[in-house]
Design a protein around this ligand. Structure first.
Ligand code: PHE
Length: 355
């Protein structure tokens, strides 16, 4: 036999050896990756089949075609074997998943999930609303953007009056602004309802201030009552009751004369400081929260000005009433001893989780 014939016989043997051995090798691969590796060893560029065919040049030319065909047949068989085993492994994986212990999506999470709760401003608002509702006040709602007339004009602020400086606010367009207080609700209620009535209006308000104790966006609660023969004594009574429910029985109330264009007389209201009360004597000893005065300033109030009634079409000869307005942030700060107003808007969980 010639050398070329030897080569041919050698290649034939190698091809049939490969053909016989590959099924067992594929079967031995237990994972998709192992199978792909095995397949690459056989059919890859530097794989076993290429290595065998490298010798083709040394075979007699007339025999090459037959070897080529045989090699292609082997290749086709290997490829088919590879695909079959691939499908088999995929099926096995799927069966294993289907037969494994099922996931129970209804099981509770392992870590107890932290629960949120109401924001301190919401807590205070609900408490104040509760106090006033139990005294017979109903809630009257209104928009954050209102007319300059409802926010200033009808409340007795002359155009460009210096009193508006204190509440200089954000104008959306000519004649409209982000309300600078909840007193706009007095106008809205009085222009549409006939007395007697008693309303509260909690809501968001806006001003230009921005420091430790002022924020450009904050919250107020307005309360007002209109009827025949309402006097300052009624206001005093409501304030005393309010102080008692917020800070405890017997909490003293102090009125200091003050100016608001929509009330006459007008006053700032101070309540006895709840933090430095001596339980035996009931005296306020003075502390950091009340700046050692024994009193905390909490709201503005007064008897509704006749011009406000007139602007709303209510007869000031027949009716009278009082109004008060307090800040929710301020109330929360006093209540919880919060030193910086901004903490309430930063949404830091370390702060919020304390309520
Ligand atoms: N609207 C006033 C303010 O924001 C508060 C106030 C309300 C005063 C009602 C008197 C009566 O400063």
């Amino acid at each position: 036999m010639s050398e070329a014939d030897d080569k041919k016989a050698e290649i034939d043997r190698a091809l049939s050896a490969l053909c016989e051995s590959f099924p067992a090798r594929f079967l031995g691969a237990e994972t998709e990756q192992a199978l792909r590796d095995e397949n690459a060893k056989i059919l890859g560029k530097k794989g076993e089949l290429s290595a065998i065919l490298k010798e083709l040049g040394r075979v007699a030319p007339e025999a090459r075609k037959a070897i080529g065909e045989a090699a292609n047949a082997v290749k086709a068989k290997v490829e088919a074997g590879f695909e079959a085993r691939l499908r088999e492994l995929a099926m096995r994986k799927r069966d294993a998943e289907l037969n494994a212990r099922p996931f129970d999506l209804t099981l509770p999470a392992r870590v107890p999930l932290p629960r949120g709760h109401r924001h301190p401003i919401s807590i205070v608002r609900e408490e104040l609303v509760q106090i006033f509702r139990s005294m017979g006040f109903a809630v009257f709602d209104g928009p954050d953007i209102d007319t300059e007339e409802n926010n200033f004009g009808k409340l007795g602020y002359p155009p460009d009056h210096p009193a508006t400086d204190m509440q200089d606010t954000f104008y959306t367009d000519k004649g409209h602004l982000l309300r600078s207080h909840t007193s706009n609700i007095q106008i809205r209620a009085m222009s549409t309802m006939k007395p007697p009535f008693a309303f509260i209006a909690p809501g968001t308000v806006f001003r230009r201030d921005d420091d430790m104790t002022h924020s450009p966006m904050f919250h107020q609660l307005e309360a007002f009552l209109v009827d025949e023969h309402v006097t300052l004594a009624h206001l005093r009574g409501v304030l005393s009751e309010f102080a008692a429910r917020l800070f405890g029985d017997g909490t003293p109330v102090r009125l200091r004369p003050s100016y608001f264009p929509f009330v006459e007389p007008g006053a700032e209201v101070d309540l006895g400081c709840p933090f430095c009360k001596d339980e035996k004597t009931g005296k306020r000893l003075g502390c950091g929260v009340c700046k050692h005065t024994g009193f905390i300033e909490i709201m503005g109030c007064g008897m509704i000005h006749p011009t406000v009634f007139e602007a709303c079409g209510i007869d000031p000869e027949k009716y009278s009433g009082f109004a008060l307005g307090l800040g929710l942030e301020r109330t929360a700060m006093v209540r919880y001893g919060i030193p910086n107003l901004r903490m309430m808007f930063e949404n830091d969980p370390r702060f919020l989780s304390q309520f």
